[in-house]
Design a protein around this ligand. Structure first.
Ligand code: AMP
Ligand code: MG
Length: 306
């Protein structure tokens, strides 16, 4: 089968209410028809995800987004600058059937994003409507950034699976709520500074579990305990190094490049975890720019965020 036939088959699977492994530039998603409550329920079930945690609706373009949410000037400006790409906007719902109640966890807002990966775009365009696509991991586990990891996590629950190779970015999208004052609900590879350059200052939502119910403790956790900001690993610990001189197989970026570290983060957490170490020790990672999102995911892996 060539890529086109696979996309057509995957769109057919979505139409039938089935789940599909969908590659995106951030992480692999477990996709379903956003308007089909039974399909959406199957996503929550396959992930073991609590149903109070709403899902992101993925669209092929701005026109499809406008059918489901109401854009204001700030949303227009951010979409013009960052779509398609790794930025999710939380906006007031316009059509409460296009993204069903269950996918929104009953909220009157929808999180929406247009992914940049060509296979995701082709699938959503071919399907012709929004698809929910949370990360394809079982709830509480690190997000899959390779096809093999995605298949291992939730492959058995799917009717179709698209192999898009390793995810270029490797971290989930940045989430910004534009319901009142703009808030950064989840840091990601579109940085705080890049967003503030377009719409001005962002409020934080670190403790705002009601606005972004997904911000739970140990959200991105491997099995082994994780220690952060470690300069010297203990015997038996796997070592996630960063920068020149960091020894071992799991150096996130020997040259100290944050983009490379983000792309490797979840795959290395999984890889290190598979060796059944007594723990995973992670080197200090700078907090600036993309480092904010990397450190956010690491804090969750270590169970520090409540
Ligand atoms: P995930 O599907 O795991 O990538 O997570 C999606 C993130 O977007 C979670 O943190 C959700 O809590 C957040 N989210 C989705 N929909 C909404 C919404 N309507 N309002 C606020 N946050 C949302
Ligand atoms: Mg997730």
């Amino acid at each position: 089968m060539d890529g086109k036939a696979e996309v057509a088959a995957a769109a057919e699977a979505l139409r039938a209410g089935g789940l599909v492994l969908m590659p995106t530039e951030t992480v692999y998603g477990l996709a379903a028809d956003a308007g089909n409550a039974r399909a959406v329920a199957a996503v929550y079930e396959a992930k073991g995800r609590p149903s109070f945690n709403p899902l992101i609706a993925h669209v092929s373009d701005l026109a499809m987004a406008r059918r489901i949410v109401r854009f204001d000037a700030r949303a227009e400006a951010l979409a013009a600058r960052f779509w398609p790409g790794p930025l999710t906007l939380v906006l007031p719902v316009a059509d409460d059937e296009a993204v069903c109640d269950l996918a929104r966890a009953g909220l009157d807002s929808v999180a929406v994003r247009a992914p940049a990966h060509p296979l995701a775009q082709a699938l959503i365009a071919r399907f012709g409507g929004p698809v929910v696509a949370p990360s394809a991991n079982r709830s509480g586990r690190p997000s899959p950034t390779t096809f093999a990891d995605a298949v291992e996590e939730t492959g058995p629950a799917t009717l179709a699976a698209l192999d898009g190779g390793p995810c270029k970015i490797g971290l989930e999208s940045t989430v910004v709520a534009l319901l009142d004052a703009p808030r950064l609900l989840r840091p990601g590879s579109v940085t705080r500074a890049e967003i503030e350059a377009v719409i001005g200052p962002l409020a934080d939502a670190e403790d705002d579990a009601k606005r972004s119910p997904g911000r739970l403790a140990r959200h991105y956790a491997p099995n082994a305990p994780v220690r952060l900001e470690v300069t010297e690993p203990r015997p038996g610990e796997a070592w996630l190094a960063f920068g020149p001189g960091g020894s071992g197989p799991w150096n996130l970026s020997p040259s100290g490049d944050l983009r490379e570290a983000a792309a490797n983060l979840f795959a290395y957490l999984r890889g290190a975890d598979r060796t059944s170490p007594s723990g995973i020790a992670v080197a200090p990672i700078p907090h600036e720019g993309l480092g904010e999102a990397i450190n956010d995911r690491l804090k969750r892996a270590a169970g520090f965020v409540g």
